[in-house]
Design a protein around this ligand. Structure first.
Ligand code: ACM
Ligand code: ZN
Length: 741
């Protein structure tokens, strides 16, 4: 044995003598606990022997992963039973099972050894080995190194929402491979949503026949689902790669697709479509009916057959309580079980499902709303509403998965949530305070969710995941990193990923930052994109017209409906913007607003209402919005003109607090002094939950007008109805054009 101090000195001398060797160790993500660079490198022969001890089925699978990894590097490998030896790669597991994921990796010029207390650690050692392979003088080599490594957290996850947009099985399999390379061990599969039910359930075929399909705003059908065979492929591939698939079946909220298939699951029994807009919907499952539990237990029964995971996610987030308040069956349960209120009813429901799962040896996970009204016994909490919820859940005694939206919601653009911030995420920071109080909960780890309202394709998902998921890997395996050092490692790994065909997005800006500006000089809308992602192209598209790429500052062409689509190759990577360009008498004319639009909705500039462009969604950059004051716009047509019609283009998006005004008035003047009211339109329609539409509201005229000035007033001050989540608050008016003909 070399005395400790001397060993330290030898290492120091080695480091001083060969500083370049340190630099030869490729970037590793996640960073191992301890890395000691050695001298020289293991040069892989054309055919390398991999020896296993023991040769258990799992060790053979791990060896097969190593063999495939080496094949990617142009090295052929054969596997046999045996111990370490010159020129070989030896994999050794000291025990068959156990949760220990630690490993040691020793590379010398003569051999490579991965040793771990359990098979799980051997896999992670093999994945580290893969990142260490470098090509020198046309040979694959592994720099000499000694690594001791163990994860900080046992739960290192990524969640994919396949409800809002569907992702093919092949993509999920590829994603699992990249997750495993970076030592993620949980794939949380968010399988059901308002906008789509994606899992085949034999007992309830309508869930996929009806619930997996929606009609988009443009009339097209969108949808699809995973068969049980698909699911088995994903679960099996994940298992091979050291990943547990945790399924999520949302209840009682985010269940509109299930309600569309089986309306009796709701409180009202109303027939509702699968929605094609985003948000939180009032209609949820009815826990007042025994039949709802029969449904859920049957569905979960089939889920348990498919997914071996001990943990089963049941959602539980964002549950409006209006339907339960008005439901006799729900109120009866609240009385009978003495639950106090609807929050108590939610807790009772989740606890009942939790007991059902526990009786089958499974553990319920819910989003942190399941804490409201008290933690259901034994439930694991996924904290998302803010990092303070981690501490709250731990203090309530729960085991916790940390997914605070402000740190790890990767559906947020990297401009808002850059890599450097993700790298600073420390799930334990708020946990420490809670644990100091002696509360019983444990922090299991963390997960980065990708919600896909605005993520439209596999390429789009990759551009959002990477490179930031590398920072998540680092944080959950190693701990918060020095963000400069991390950025260097991430960049090197991201390069390798790009070479592997992965679409890697920007680290610190949005994928696309589209802006539409009305340019008075040319009388056109110009499209600009601030700091677009290299490789991403904006395409101008229209049915029957050859698409073309838009350059920065290009104008939109003339009348018609156009789409501006962000593309990566042919794949859509974000939602297309649909713009209708119209020609009319007021186009580009001076306009004055009695109250300027709210600063958050500046539209295309001061001439938004006469820029000739109509948008489709409140946040697409074409709309002016007011909350409280009237929309009150005066237009100077420049000379006396014959006006036959005036239409105000308005938006209704009830979930976003945008209603139609009740009254639109039109006034006219030949001189700008003397005004006369010439028309009035009353929009006399009930406000329906979740309604969303765009409409040209015509102010009827008794006869054509001869006029120079027009004043359009849409009365503000309307309040949200009593059933709305913002009941009694002021509603918004949104308008994008005054079309004068
Ligand atoms: C969530 O983001 N509603 C869990
Ligand atoms: Zn009910």
């Amino acid at each position: 044995m070399i005395p400790r101090r001397v060993a330290g000195l030898a290492l120091l001398l080695a480091a001083l003598a060969a500083p370049r060797l340190n630099a030869q160790i490729p970037a590793l993500v996640p960073l191992p606990s301890e890395v000691q660079a050695g001298t020289g490198a293991f040069v892989l022969p054309d055919t390398v022997t991999v020896t296993l001890a023991p040769t258990s089925p799992r060790m053979r699978e791990i060896a097969a992963i190593l063999v495939a990894n080496l094949a990617d590097e142009g090295v052929f490998a054969r596997v046999r039973d045996g111990g370490p030896g010159d020129g070989t790669i030896h994999l050794r597991s000291l025990a068959a099972d156990g949760a220990d994921e630690s490993y040691r990796l020793e590379v010398t010029p003569t051999s490579v050894q991965v040793t771990a207390p359990g098979e799980a650690g051997v896999l992670w050692g093999v994945q580290t080995l893969r990142q260490l392979v470098v090509h020198r003088e046309s040979r694959a080599t592994i720099p000499a190194v000694a690594i001791r490594d163990a994860p900080r957290f046992g739960w290192r996850g990524a969640m994919l929402d396949v409800g809002r947009h569907l992702f093919p099985v092949e993509y999920i399999l590829e994603h699992l491979a990249w997750m495993s390379r970076h030592k993620f061990n949980v794939f949380h599969w968010h399988l059901t949503e308002d906008q789509g039910w994606r899992l085949a359930i034999d007992a309830y075929p309508r869930l996929t026949e009806v619930g997996a399909w929606r009609t988009e705003a443009d009339g097209s059908r969108y949808g699809g689902w995973y068969s049980k065979a698909d699911v088995r492929r994903v679960v099996e591939r994940a298992r091979l790669l050291g990943i547990t698939v945790v399924p999520e079946i949302e209840m009682p909220g985010h269940s509109r697709a299930a309600l569309a298939a089986y309306p009796d699951l709701g409180c009202t029994g109303d027939s509702l479509p699968v929605p094609s807009t985003w948000g939180v919907f009032s209609d949820v499952l009815c826990p007042g009916k025994e039949s709802t539990f029969a449904f859920l237990e049957t569905v979960l029964g089939e889920v348990l057959e498919l997914f071996p995971s001990r943990y089963i996610h049941i959602g539980g987030d964002e549950v409006p309580k209006q339907r339960w308040e008005a439901c006799a069956a729900c109120q009866e349960i609240i009385r009978r079980e003495q639950l106090g209120d609807e929050h108590g009813l939610q807790r009772w429901m989740i606890a009942r499902i939790g007991r059902w799962l526990a009786a089958r040896d499974r553990v319920l996970i819910g989003w942190d709303e399941i804490l409201d009204g008290g933690l259901p016994p034994g439930a694991v909490v996924q904290a998302w509403q803010g990092s303070d919820r981690i501490g709250v859940a731990l203090a309530a005694g729960a085991d916790v998965i940390a997914s605070p939206h402000e740190w790890v919601y990767l559906n947020r653009q990297a401009g808002e949530l850059p890599l450097g911030r993700v790298a600073q995420f420390d799930p334990a920071a708020t946990a420490a305070a809670a644990q100091a109080t002696g509360a019983g909960g444990r922090l299991l780890g963390g997960e980065a969710p990708l919600w896909t309202e605005h993520v439209t394709s596999p390429e789009n998902a990759e551009l959002m995941w990477w490179p930031r998921l590398l920072a998540v890997a680092d944080v959950l395996w190693h701990g918060p990193a020095d963000s400069v050092a991390l950025a260097g490692r991430v960049e090197a790994v991201a390069d390798a990923m790009r070479q592997g065909g992965v679409a890697v997005g920007p680290a610190d800006r949005a994928l696309v930052a589209l802006r539409f500006r009305y340019d008075s000089a040319s009388g056109s809308i110009r499209v600009t994109q601030a700091g677009a992602t290299p490789g991403l192209v904006l395409r101008l598209e229209r049915e029957g017209v050859a698409p073309r790429a838009l350059r920065d500052g290009d104008p939109l062409p003339g009348p018609g409906t156009w789409q501006v689509s962000p593309r990566w190759g042919d794949a859509l990577v974000g939602e297309p913007r649909t713009i209708t360009v119209v020609d009319h008498l007021a186009l580009g004319r001076p306009i004055q607003l009695a109250t300027p639009a709210d600063a958050r909705y500046p539209g295309t500039g001061p001439l938004t209402l006469v820029d000739g462009a109509r948008g489709t969604a409140f946040n697409d950059g074409f709309w002016n919005g007011w909350v409280g004051p009237d929309l009150d716009a005066t237009i100077d047509l420049g000379a006396s003109r014959t006006v036959r019609s005036v239409d105000l283009s308005l938006l209704e998006q009830v979930n976003s607090w945008i209603l139609f005004p009740e009254v639109v008035e039109l006034h006219a003047s030949v001189d700008g002094q003397q005004w006369q009211r010439v028309g009035r339109s009353v929009i006399d329609r009930p406000v329906r939950p979740d309604a969303a539409s765009r409409e040209l509201v015509r102010v009827p005229l008794a006869a054509p007008l001869e006029t120079r000035y027009l004043r359009v007033i849409a009365r503000g001050g309307r309040r949200l109805p009593s059933w709305h989540s913002g009941a009694g608050e002021l509603a918004w008016i949104f308008a994008d054009e005054i079309v004068v003909r």
